[in-house]
Structure formats: C-alpha cells, structure tokens
Design a protein around this ligand. Sequence first.
Ligand SMILES: [Fe+2]
Length: 221
Amino acid sequence: MKRSELNNYLREAKDFFKKHKFELPPWAFWSPEQWKKKGKECDEIRKNKLGWDITDFGGGDFKKLGLLLFTIRNGSYGEKSGKPYAEKIMIARVNQITPTHFHWNKMEDIINRGGGDLVMRLWKADKKEGLSKETFTVQVDGVTRKLKSGSLLRLKTGESITLEPYIYHRFWAEKSMCLIGEVSMVNDDANDNRFYDKIGRFPEIEEDEKPLHLLCNEYPK
Ligand SMILES: [Fe+2]
C-alpha cells in the first residue's frame, strides 16, 4: 500500500471515531517527529504494539480484504506480570472482509459499537484445524445461541459475540461502515492467529509521502 493511502485511511478513521464519540488516547495523534523524542516511558506502547494498525492481510486490495485497527491496551503474551487483557477499536468497510481465522489461546468479545451491521460467518474448528460440520454454541451478549456450521450472524449496534478459541470467524460490515470493539485476553498477532487461508499480516508500504502517524510496528526503538 502507498503511504498516501494509509494516511487517508488514518484521516478517515479519526473522523469516524469522532463521529461515533469514541475518543482515542493522546498518543494516537503523535507525529513521527514527536515519537523520535519519546523515551523509556513509552515502552509499553512499543513493546505491546499499541496503536494504529492497517492491514490488507497481504492481499494488496485493502477495500476487499482488510481491516483498520487501533489497539488501545494489551499485555505481553507469556508474561506473568502486566495486563492479562486487551482492547481494540476497529473499522470494517462495507463488504471488506477480515478473513477466516481462529485463535488458539485468545478469547475475545467482538462488539458492534456503531455504524452499519457487523456480519460474521462462523464455524467450529475440527481436530485438524479444518472447518467442522458440527453444530456449536456461542454466547451473544451472554445469551447462548446454537449455530449450524458456516452460519451467518448479524450483530446490530450494541450487540456482541464471545468467540472462544477454535471458533473460526470471518467478518465484514453491511449497510455502512462499522465501528467494531474488541475486548479480549492478551493479543499476540505473531503466534495466536490461525488463518484458514495462508495470508500476510502487515502491508508492504510504498513511501510516496511522509507518514501522518506511525503504525504499531514502526515506532523508533
Ligand atoms: Fe479474531
């Protein structure tokens, strides 16, 4: 992706969060120059990869396959001290797919916090980590729902689902852009995402202009 496109998505995201009255911490708005002056006091942000994250899942077509995320808080996987929890705010565009995946460890609640509908397709993983044909149950706002393999679930604003480990999920927005919250156990993108199809994680960036904000994997050491 071009840096100019990433900058435009960041601008659009900041407007969208504002429109839905979802406020970000001050460091969300720091420039790369401001980051250069930050010291050890910001280690938690760097270490736990908090902040902006725009992914095309390596597909090169962000509007079809992609997700914009901002990690507000996160612990460090495998560490006894520190936060055992994480929170993200995300934006999915209409019909923009986050591809089929599950987490081996992380349990997560995915919440529709505003905008369009959040639509999910869900399966249980089988023993070989394929898509099981079995019926399974999920918690939707604390209410048990029985779902057939590959069922669609539509979450309206305010609704949420609890995804346990080994539940394959794929999601996108319908009607209009969706503001999506995530409250979960510690997030470890490097080791805890099992994608059904082989995909990438961070986009390759063509530097055609200066970054508006750094992405979570770009902070100076
Ligand atoms: Fe997930």
